[in-house]
Design a protein around this ligand. Sequence first.
Ligand SMILES: N[C@@H](CCC(=O)N[C@@H](CS)C(=O)NCC(=O)O)C(=O)O
Length: 245
Amino acid sequence: MTSSANAARDLLIGPDGSPLPKLLYFGIEGVAEQVRIALHVAGVPFDDATFPFSEWSELKPKTRYGQVPELTLPDGTVITDSQAMLRLAGEADVDGILYPANDVVKRVKIEMALGLVGDLARAWRPCIYVGMRPEKFGYPPRSEWTDADDVIKKLRENFLVEDMPRYMGYFADMIRGSGGTYLTGEDMTIADISAYQQLSYFRKGIADHIPKDCLEPYVEVTAWLARMEGHPKFAAYKASKEAAK
Ligand SMILES: N[C@@H](CCC(=O)N[C@@H](CS)C(=O)NCC(=O)O)C(=O)O
């Protein structure tokens, strides 16, 4: 293992007898799921400390920025951002594949792919938050906003017509350009894990006006999603999750 992988594992795992790193988040996938998957693939055991939404008002003031996820390391250090956690987990990968320390070209590709996932997430965000915090977007509070449902529907339909095809084209180009297996080459990295989480969200059918089959026209993307699901370590994580239900 490289010295940075060893350093990352030391941070996350600590000396013998240390407590497990503790990942605090709601009992949903949200932005923490990519971290859970990456830690699992990297071979880092962790305490998946989930809590119900009803406990949030009590927990919020105890977090550093009033937000979760928070990852508490064995030495007490608190990591406050899912992107930082994702990279730390990738760095700690026993096989040195998720976020390879000595391959600067690969890392730049990974960063570009993560940036694209971030752009897609930003394009989608108003579709969610306009309904939750309408005042931030110049609309009346939800209780007084009479055509809220129409506005939300229109925003999400526009997203499907304008943003989705554009981003799916970018991801398809990336897969093709990398040789056709994963986003940055023949190995699954933290970029694939992050992109998988963002894209598979759209297939869940949990967002109104976003149909479960909305990714079906993008065959290179759906083939890549299927490859992810067939990756032995990724599949093992999903199986362990199912078994824990
Ligand atoms: N940049 C942060 C964003 C974290 C974030 O937005 N957390 C949300 C849940 S996904 C949260 O804590 N919301 C509750 C609140 O703000 O009160 C990360 O990705 O870790």
